[in-house]
Design a protein around this ligand. Structure first.
Ligand code: DGT
Ligand code: CA
Ligand code: CA
Length: 572
């Protein structure tokens, strides 16, 4: 079984939580958390890196010992230490630690005093009013916990888009290599680039399905086969992800692709338009009476109902069909239009590449500029730059800019927004920067009004240009902090401040719907990766995905401009 980065990261995270519950020393707990974060953020599979003979202990937060452990996990598919600890304490305790209101200490307390071992136990105890009897718990916390526990017990499992890619890509390559199979494509929410996917819907073309289906169910990572026929099969992979495969003939490819890309709501709307023209549209084609008239390509299918082909990211029945009808579909922004990255880190703060490493990677991507935006010093931020170190970095950037014409480095910093809305660097220092990024990294629990006021106060500072990851959510891990997005956007607009679409796979913040809202308010967005190493500049496409889902065009994006125009847009 091939094991991928997201799974290794999740093994380490799980282990860290159980260690913490087991009261191991906090240094070890942190070491595993950091390692998980490093692995999660790697743009390449560790399995691949090991196969290429690379030394994992050179990665930040990974020492010799952890490198050995990762190698063993890749080789065996098991993490022996995790198995050990799960013999000592119930494994399901790890699912409890990230329930809002709980942490390792409280989980341990619940286990010891009420024998709570799982989410189901937790929900039951909360419902019976048993939690409020414990020290440190009250009726209000009990309610919060009950709500969270209930939503998790029955909740469907969705995985992040980037994690789905790591699983889908080798499977697609495997299917493509089969004899007789020509096209292979992942449809469904994956192709629409939703931030998370429930399952993978793979479409393949072949003269007959049987051989492809046969090979599919024998794929190395298949855990169980849920159903199988001659043209379709559904399996559950060992990673837990479900995959549907459909095999169709070439002439049905376009119709099947429209059908399986969805969304369901979009399909239904298309079918209704078809019915008005006395056409039947299904996964095999477009039919008049019983006669097949189209279906080879998506374009053909849309053309039969008088529409131009609609980009997959728009197919949510959110007005795209009407826009296609009236010729007002947006021309969605593409990667080729992006001229630079507006949020990156170096080894001066918590990144792992030097300024030169980052610059070269930006040049390789064909960028014209790159913002170096290391963290400013603040509690909770490791290696943040103080005014003196930032001044040194500014001088270093000036020197490189003077000596190179390949790329313009922008002098930037990611400054913390303090609880009162002040910033963690003085204006005298901010005045020397090309681009000031402000972000919330603490105080996630403020109420919406206070949090919104805090962010607006930060934007009152005339040096602030961009609010990074404006909601602070971490997909599947942490809810957004409470904030009045309409008021925040209005205030940004009035002040000439811009909002970021952060492309870190765990963030995607602003989200698709927030992008669309920003566009409706006339805001411009900064598409950025928040890269902490040179390869993560590649996360730009994830920022693009969500922007495109939000109907964003090149003109709505700051960093589709050349620097002189961008500089004007940044002026407040
Ligand atoms: P997911 O998997 O929850 O992330 O979302 P999808 O959109 O991938 O949904 P999924 O996997 O249930 O189905 C894949 C596509 O198949 C869906 O986007 C549209 C199509 N589809 C599924 N069920 C129906 C249906 O009942 N009617 C129509 N017209 N299309 C359907
Ligand atoms: Ca799906
Ligand atoms: Ca499906």
């Amino acid at each position: 079984m091939m094991i991928h980065n997201p799974e290794i990261a999740s093994l380490f995270n799980r282990y860290a939580i159980l260690l913490d519950i087991d009261r191991a020393n906090s240094f070890r707990v942190r070491a595993y958390r950091n390692a998980a974060r490093t692995i999660e953020n790697l743009p390449r599979d560790v399995g691949e890196m090991l196969a290429a003979g690379e030394d994992l202990s050179e990665l930040p937060g990974i020492g010799k010992d952890l490198a050995h452990k990762i190698a063993a996990i890749v080789e065996t598919g098991h993490f022996a230490e995790l198995d050990d600890i799960e013999h000592r304490i119930p494994a399901a305790l790890a699912d409890l630690a990230d329930v809002p209101g709980l942490g390792p200490k409280r989980v341990k307390q619940l286990y010891e005093s009420l024998k709570i071992k799982s989410l189901a136990d937790l929900a039951q105890a909360a419902r019976a009013g048993k939690l409020r009897t414990l020290g440190g718990f009250g009726p209000k916390l009990e309610q919060t916990i009950l709500k969270a526990a209930e939503s998790r017990v029955g909740g469907e499992q969705r995985i992040r888009l980037a994690a789905a890619e790591q699983i889908a890509e080798p499977l697609v390559a495997y299917l493509k290599a089969l004899r007789g199979v020509s096209k292979v494509i992942v449809a469904g929410s994956y192709r629409r680039r939703r931030e998370t996917v429930g399952d993978l819907d793979i479409l393949a073309t072949a003269p007959t399905g049987a051989k492809a289906i046969d090979a599919f169910v024998r794929y190395d990572e298949v855990g169980s086969v849920l159903s199988r026929g001659t043209t379709r099969a559904t399996v559950k992979l060992k990673s837990g992800l479900q995959v549907d495969l459909r095999v169709v003939k070439e002439e049905s490819y376009g119709a099947a692709l429209v059908y399986f890309t969805g969304s369901k709501a979009h399909n239904i709307a298309l079918r209704l338009k078809g019915i008005k023209r006395r056409l039947k549209i299904n996964e095999y084609g477009v039919f008049r009476k019983e006669r097949w008239i189209a279906g080879r390509s998506e374009k053909e299918v849309y053309a039969e109902i008088g529409l131009p082909c609609i980009e997959p990211e728009l197919r949510e029945n959110n007005g795209e069909i009407e826009a296609a009808q009236s010729g007002t579909l947006p021309r969605l922004v593409t990667l080729e239009k992006i001229r630079g990255d507006l949020h990156t880190h170096t080894d001066a703060s918590d990144g792992s590449g030097s300024i030169e490493d980052m610059a070269r990677a930006a040049v390789a991507r064909g960028y014209e500029y790159l913002a170096i935006s290391d963290h400013a010093k603040h509690v909770g931020i490791t290696h943040g730059l103080d005014a003196r170190r930032l001044a040194r970095q500014i001088a270093q950037i000036d020197r490189r800019n003077a000596g190179h014409r390949d790329l313009l480095l922008l002098k930037s910093a990611e400054v913390d927004i303090l609880p009162d809305g002040k910033l963690s660097l003085d204006n005298a220092v901010l005045a020397d920067l090309d681009l000031v990024i402000a972000a919330v990294h603490t105080g996630f629990t403020l109420n919406s009004e206070t949090q919104t006021d805090r962010l607006i106060r930060a934007m009152d500072n005339p040096y602030v240009n961009i609010i990074a990851h404006p909601t602070g959510r971490l997909i599947g891990e942490r809810e957004a902090y409470a904030v009045d997005m309409a008021r925040l956007m209005q205030a940004a607009k009035e002040r000439g401040v811009h909002l970021e679409v952060n492309g870190q796979p765990s963030r995607l913040d602003l989200s698709d719907t927030h992008c669309r809202m920003a566009k409706a308010m006339g805001l411009k967005l900064a598409l950025a990766t928040d890269a902490h190493n040179p390869e993560s500049l590649g996360y730009m496409r994830y920022a693009l995905d969500q922007a495109r889902r939000g109907w964003i065009e090149a003109k709505d994006v700051l960093n589709t401009r050349r620097w002189p125009q961008l500089k004007k847009l940044l002026r407040r």
